[in-house]
Design a protein around this ligand. Structure first.
Ligand SMILES: [Zn+2]
Length: 342
């Protein structure tokens, strides 16, 4: 006789192993971003809000929730954090993106902030480009705040066969009933989009000596040479934001200064006003500087942003977040909870 509990344990273990693999790949998942779920009977196990997928195997980061109850709320378009639907007793809250996991009928749902997907999903013509590249079966969801608003928008754009969903200015969702195949499909899409385009030529500037920004260090590896510029087109991109975690962890744009003196004066003013200093700032031609008090999540997020920048088609029309979209993310209660536990 097959022991039902042990087969559930086995399914969960395999699911955690794949979640760990996704979480360990920084081009797919950065910090607490990205989430995975598995549906078993009337329950769904989903990554908890604020936890890191890379901890899937060494920490308790999944929450069991009542799938039927959440599906009913989605049906009734109720905006909720699903705290009442928690079954597990580990004192964690389900991901802020729980609702679309419940909306999708497949057993497994894997959602990542793939750098190559984001880089190809921020143009005015992204839907056309992505459908040409990946086929007509993908669903392309125009940007809307993550959470229940996004799920409501997805309802009319996916059907029961949709396995690949690209979220404009946000990321990738891949769903399926076979865990390994779903994972492989996700990796294949990321890799296919990754090989499409790469910016590798940047002007080299003759810098006059070194500059010092108090409390910051220069990120001077080759990858970061993209920031050693005075090209206004690039500077315009640095000072805007492109996807939700960009806003949450790097702020609405990275401050760019003409000189280190300007940056130092700005920081002194900020300190006087009791405002937190930015985790990163840029000095034209000299590059990107990281604050000594930068948290790990921001550090992963700048790597992600840089990988995206390197894959952006700079001659395409790019869709940046508006100030309203940035404010809506920064003031969202669920996001504030996620940031507090990071
Ligand atoms: Zn997301």
């Amino acid at each position: 006789m097959v022991n039902i509990n042990s087969s559930i344990e086995e399914e969960l273990q395999k699911f955690k192993e794949i979640s760990f693999k996704l979480g360990s790949n920084k081009n797919l998942v950065q910090a607490a971003g990205g989430n995975t779920s598995i549906k078993i009977n009337d329950s769904m196990y989903i990554k908890a809000s604020g936890t890191w997928l890379q901890d899937s195997l060494n920490k308790d980061i999944f929450v069991e929730v009542n799938l039927k109850s959440i599906q009913k709320k989605i049906n009734d378009e109720i905006d909720d954090n699903f705290v009442e639907d928690i079954i597990s007793t580990n004192d964690l809250r389900p991901s802020t993106e729980t609702s679309f996991h419940a909306l999708i009928k497949f057993k497994y749902v894997l959602h990542v902030h793939s750098t190559s997907t984001i880089a190809n999903a921020v143009y005015t013509n992204s839907e056309k480009l992505l459908k040409e590249q990946l086929g007509k079966d993908i669903a392309f969801v125009p940007y809307i705040r993550p959470g229940v608003p996004l799920t409501n928008r997805m309802k009319s754009l996916i059907n029961s066969d949709t396995q690949i969903i690209i979220l404009e200015n946000h990321g990738l969702i891949v769903a399926g009933d076979n865990l390994e195949k779903t994972y492989e499909l996700l990796i294949n899409i990321h890799n296919e989009l990754d090989s499409l385009y790469y910016n590798d030529t940047f002007p080299v500037y003759d810098k006059e000596g070194e500059v010092d920004v108090s409390g910051y260090v220069l990120k001077n590896t080759e990858k970061y040479s993209i920031y050693c510029t005075s090209d206004q087109k690039l500077i315009n991109i640095f000072s805007k934001s492109l996807y939700p975690d960009h806003v949450i962890f790097l702020g609405p744009g990275i401050p760019v200064f003409k000189s280190a003196d300007d940056a130092n004066s700005f920081n002194i003013e900020m300190n006087k006003k009791g405002i937190n200093l930015p985790p990163f700032l840029i000095i034209e031609k000299y590059g990107l500087f990281q604050s000594n008090s930068c948290i790990d999540a921001a550090s992963e997020m700048i790597d992600c942003f840089t990988e995206i920048l390197l894959r952006l088609r700079l001659d395409n029309e790019i869709k940046f977040f508006t100030q309203d979209q940035e404010n809506e993310l920064l003031n969202w209660d669920a996001e504030i909870y996620r940031q507090t536990i990071n």
